[in-house]
Write a protein that binds this ligand. Structure first.
Ligand SMILES: NC(=O)c1ccc[n+]([C@@H]2O[C@H](COP(=O)([O-])OP(=O)(O)OC[C@H]3O[C@@H](n4cnc5c(N)ncnc54)[C@H](O)[C@@H]3O)[C@@H](O)[C@H]2O)c1
Length: 315
């Protein structure tokens, strides 16, 4: 059994990874500043270090704990926010990530699994669903930061032999996703509908995303940990789903009587129904991870939305 650090382990995806690692008998340490994550998300068998990934003292924690592996999930997660404040996004998502990677390399960490973003590298400008080698360069600072961390991972591997897997996640949804903020349309709509509040569909609602259930994402992370493969892998379903379909399905599942209300698309390029930092379409081809790690999505959108609604009902 290994000692493993999970940054962002108090957050939505990170906390599910912590649960799975604890369940497999690993010793898990969480690094999180609790800016969006919550203490109650953290498995009682894991230990929390409440610290910012940008903090220089991070290196001392790594030196003292000497973990074998790191899951790097702490981040500023909102592409639209990154367009409003690219400096802050880069401070957390680039400089904070370098701080994590440098601390890990100096402490002799063998492997890093990084939460990259497939959505920001996939669009109709190349091919949909987009395979790893046909990406479009990012149109948001968030995507630019995630992509640049993949290059730093490569550098740390080549220089220090620290292995890595960058999982280019599609739009992840499921229990514990925060409905506050602007990212995570499923969590936002579900929470609003269950509380009888009116969700707003930005623009036409025809913008598509690839929605992948958090349980499937956790499985991809465990396979990445066990494998000797190095590199970037899409984690998605290859399916495009538009916001209108999400709205209609959730409306049915929550038995809500909200109306379909559209808001003006904000920001640059609004005539094309664009929001700064946002693309119109995306979906990720998952052939590579299926072939090399044996992963494929197992939860359908209908099943996943049902489980998500059930969870939001009891919280
Ligand atoms: N949710 C998605 O659809 C999705 C898609 C692609 C990639 N990702 C990536 O997955 C990771 C987890 O996302 P999530 O959806 O679980 O979001 P989340 O906000 O629930 O989790 C992020 C966690 O990081 C912590 N954090 C934020 N800034 C920090 C800092 N400066 N120092 C220390 N901790 C900090 C937060 O408190 C939170 O617990 C992120 O890296 C995100 O970019 C998410």
């Amino acid at each position: 059994m290994a000692k493993i650090i999970v940054t962002g382990g108090a957050g939505f995806i990170g906390s599910h990874i912590v649960d799975a690692l604890v369940g497999r008998g690993h010793r898990v340490l969480v690094i999180d500043n609790l800016s969006s994550g919550k203490k109650e998300n953290i498995n009682s068998k894991a230990r929390l270090y409440k610290i910012d990934v940008r903090d220089k003292k991070l290196a001392n924690i790594f030196k003292k704990e000497k973990p074998q592996a790191v899951f790097h999930y702490a981040a500023q997660i909102d592409a639209r926010a990154s367009a409003r404040d690219p400096m802050f996004d880069a401070e957390v998502n680039i400089l904070g990530s370098i701080n994590v990677l440098q601390s890990a390399a100096m402490a002799g960490v063998k492997k890093v699994i990084f939460a990259s973003s497939g959505g920001s590298l996939s669009s109709e400008e190349t091919v949909l669903p987009t395979p790893e080698n046909k990406i479009s360069l990012p149109v948001s600072p968030y995507g630019a930061a995630k992509f640049s961390v993949e290059m730093y991972l490569h550098y740390f591997w080549k220089t220090y032999g620290m292995k890595y897997v960058a999982l280019r996640l599609a739009n992840v949804y499921g229990p514990r996703q925060s409905p506050h903020g602007e990212a995570g349309v499923i969590a936002i709509f579900t929470s609003k509908m269950l509380r009888g509040k009116q969700p707003i569909i930005f623009g036409s609602g025809r913008q598509t995303r690839d929605y992948v259930y958090v349980g499937d994402v956790v499985r991809a992370n465990l396979l990445a940990l066990a494998s000797n493969k190095i590199g970037s892998f899409n984690v998605g379903t290859s399916q495009e789903t538009d916001v209108l379909k999400i709205f209609k399905t959730l409306k049915k599942l929550t038995k809500s009587n909200v109306s379909e209300i559209h808001g003006a698309p904000a920001g640059r390029g609004s005539e094309k129904n664009k929001i700064a930092g946002e693309q119109m379409r995306s979906a990720l081809d998952y052939s590579k991870i299926r072939r090399e790690l044996g992963w494929k999505p197992s939860v359908s959108l209908e099943q996943g939305l049902k489980m998500t609604v059930e969870w939001f009902k009891i919280t």
